[in-house]
Ligand binder design. Structure first.
Ligand SMILES: C[S@@+](CC[C@H](N)C(=O)[O-])C[C@H]1O[C@@H](n2cnc3c(N)ncnc32)[C@H](O)[C@@H]1O
Length: 270
């Protein structure tokens, strides 16, 4: 992986997607996002803790951390539109709480020491996933927790990397066609498996508070792209003075419809 992939002008414009998504955000989405966060972090772990989110996107998870009892939250993202969206979501839903939202790359974070460092679906999009993991680990205070969600490595990751690079450089007309194609193939797959597509989309919307169609755009464009197996991540992180507290992993597969994120919580032990 060459460092020129860290050049943001070659990255997918995540922030525009978040801006669009957040325009229809309401309390139902926030509650779903809180439920999703509680699968990974308990209220006891969050209560009165300082919380750093790396790659805040829409800001809905920073907001969830506040709602679940974090005492101060710091949201960072490299994309100015994500930062704007996060700030306005926090302003609308938590105007009087202790939050800060700033435009900052994970690579520019200075070691500060947060009780909880949270980065969901971000570090594999930075152009240097292992360098970004190192920077995230640097932010954790002694005995603190780090929550990471990273794309699971599948047999077809190489193909998706090519697709994402192409999509990111393509005009909207071609992107729209590719999204339509993806949804049509996915629908056909649902029919073959006897799954009701509409129910799937409705239930999908209850996962992390995100919407299916925003996530399709995010998935198809999410470039740079890297992925990792749970074993490789644990083998990378634990020798750096962390121990795995819990994880939520997906069944492996070839990745024909893409890869999902495996989720991990590590505690800093030394
Ligand atoms: C797929 S989105 C995930 C957003 C959010 N964490 C969530 O779970 O909804 C990835 C986010 O990471 C941000 N990002 C990409 N590279 C970054 C970097 N080097 N430093 C900080 N954020 C970055 C993008 O701008 C985008 O908002």
């Amino acid at each position: 992986m060459t460092n020129d992939l860290k050049d943001v002008s070659r990255h997918f414009e995540f922030g525009e997607n978040w801006q669009d998504y957040a325009a229809s955000l309401d309390e139902t989405h926030v509650k779903r996002a809180m439920t999703s966060m509680e699968r990974l972090l308990t209220k006891e772990e969050l209560a009165d803790r300082s919380f750093l989110e790396i790659g805040s996107g829409s800001g809905i998870h920073t907001l969830s951390a506040l709602r679940l009892g974090a005492k101060e939250v710091y949201a960072t993202d490299i994309d100015p539109n994500s930062v704007k969206t996060t700030s306005s979501v926090l302003q609308n839903f938590a105007p009087d709480q202790n939050w800060k939202s700033e435009e900052k790359s994970v690579f520019d974070l200075e070691t500060e020491g947060f009780d909880i460092v949270y980065s969901w679906g971000v570090l594999h999009h930075t152009g240097d996933m292992f360098g970004a993991i190192d920077k995230a680990l640097d932010q954790v205070s002694p005995s603190g927790l780090v929550c990471l969600a990273l794309y699971r490595k599948t047999a077809l990751c190489w193909l998706w990397k090519i697709e994402k690079k192409f999509y990111t450089g393509a005009p909207e007309g071609i992107r729209k066609f590719l999204r339509g194609l993806f949804v049509a193939i996915f629908r056909a797959g649902c029919i073959a498996k006897g799954i009701n597509f509409k129910n799937y989309v409705d239930n999908y919307q209850s996962d992390r508070g995100m919407s299916y169609y925003h996530d399709i755009h995010d998935w198809m464009g999410g470039y740079p792209y890297e992925s990792i197996t749970p074993e490789a991540l644990i083998t990378y992180v634990e020798p750096k003075g962390y121990s795995l507290v819990r994880s939520i992993t997906r069944p492996g597969g070839i990745g024909i419809f893409g890869a999902g994120c495996d989720e991990f919580v590590f505690r800093k032990t030394s």
